[in-house]
Write a protein that binds this ligand. Structure first.
Ligand code: ATR
Length: 326
């Protein structure tokens, strides 16, 4: 497995990481827990060592699931988790990045994960009620205390990144980025490059859509959160399906899968990119890992860009978009 560096943090990780969110039954429907654990072991067996979780995934379930493997193989993993999203009694999601809260939350994550330190600790979303300097100041205290090795921010604006970086070096920004979600190209990516901050694209497979395995809005369980996303609804769904068919025929020409083209496209955007495709299955993990060895020509990249222009719909609904690029 090829390796890449996360910014200037000194953390070296597999060029393709592993998003663990969908191993909890919260977002993309139920997953087979035994297969998820086998997938985690298999990831390490083939060198996919950069794991991504968050306190909010499954309300702590996700971090606890990972602890089953970390117990035996902590040293093999570059472990990233996050704080920031909060579930209220009503089940709504709020944001809390206040200093005291995040320090307590870090302790709770350490406990659930069963580890003595986190390699990369992210603020999941900006809390607009707290100056970013205060949030990052508290995160820096966690580094000084040895609980956290490096700091990250998710879905922040370039301006917030600059303010944060002035307080403490930031190893990586994690934001949605893929051939069909490219808003960070305008300001965030150039600012990361100027500062030497790594990029961790999440949903590099368009939440599964770009793999070609999603064929109808009926493919989802009633509680699957993707049903509510603009790209997965009505006319947009059909238009995006046409886009994926084009991606699949390009993939066929190369003898690879559409999912692998999507990942290779992200990896080709720069050595600073470490996508974290999410999967709950060993077979898919293997396909994703193999994409690290797929080099695309300038012509192929241009053809993918042209296909991507046909994307229909926003990446999130209006409410969730309000928490991005802050
Ligand atoms: P996220 O970052 O939100 O997890 P993503 O990485 O863009 O989103 O896509 C994840 C989705 O793609 C999951 O539903 C995953 O399903 P499995 O758990 O069944 O694998 C699916 N997926 C991931 N890799 C895949 C692959 N190689 N082929 C087909 N589907 C894949």
């Amino acid at each position: 497995m090829k390796k890449r560096h996360l910014g200037k943090s000194g953390l070296e990780v597999s060029a393709v990481g592993l998003g663990c969110m969908s191993m909890s039954p919260d977002y993309y429907g139920a997953a087979d827990e035994a297969e998820s654990i086998r997938t985690l072991h298999y990831a390490l067996d083939i060198g996919v060592n950069f794991w991504d979780t968050a306190n909010v995934y499954g309300g702590g379930h996700n971090e606890k699931l990972l602890s089953n493997v970390l117990r035996e193989r902590r040293n093999e993993v570059v472990l990233a988790t996050k704080f920031g999203f909060v579930r209220t009694a009503e089940g709504l999601i709020g944001i809390n990045a206040k200093p005291d809260y995040l320090k307590e939350e870090c302790d709770r994550s350490l406990q659930r994960l069963g580890v003595d330190h986190i390699d990369l600790y992210y603020m999941h979303r900006l809390d607009t009620s707290v100056p970013i300097e205060e949030t990052v100041g508290a995160m820096a205290e966690l580094v000084q205390a040895g609980k956290v090795r490096a700091l990250g921010l998710s879905e922040v604006s370039a301006a917030t990144l600059r303010r944060a970086y002035a307080v403490h070096p930031i190893a990586a920004v994690q934001s949605e980025y893929s051939l069909w979600s490219r808003d960070i190209e305008v300001e965030v990516i150039p600012t990361c490059r100027e500062l030497g901050v790594g990029l961790v694209p999440y949903s590099p497979l368009g939440r599964g859509f770009l793999t070609g395995q999603i064929k109808s809005p009926d493919d989802f369980a009633p509680d699957d959160f993707r049903k509510g996303l603009p790209r997965f609804q009505g006319e947009n769904f059909q238009l995006n399906l046409d886009l994926v068919r084009e991606l699949e025929s390009l993939a066929q020409e190369r003898g690879v899968k559409a999912s692998q083209l999507a990942l290779a496209w992200v990896l080709a955007q720069g050595e600073d990119m470490v996508p974290i495709p999410g999967t709950t299955k060993r077979a898919n993990l293997k396909d994703n890992a193999d994409a690290a060895d797929l080099n695309l020509s300038a012509d192929e990249l241009a053809r993918i860009n042209a296909i991507a222009e046909k994307t229909a719909g926003m990446r999130y609904g209006e409410f969730a978009m309000k928490f991005t690029n802050l």
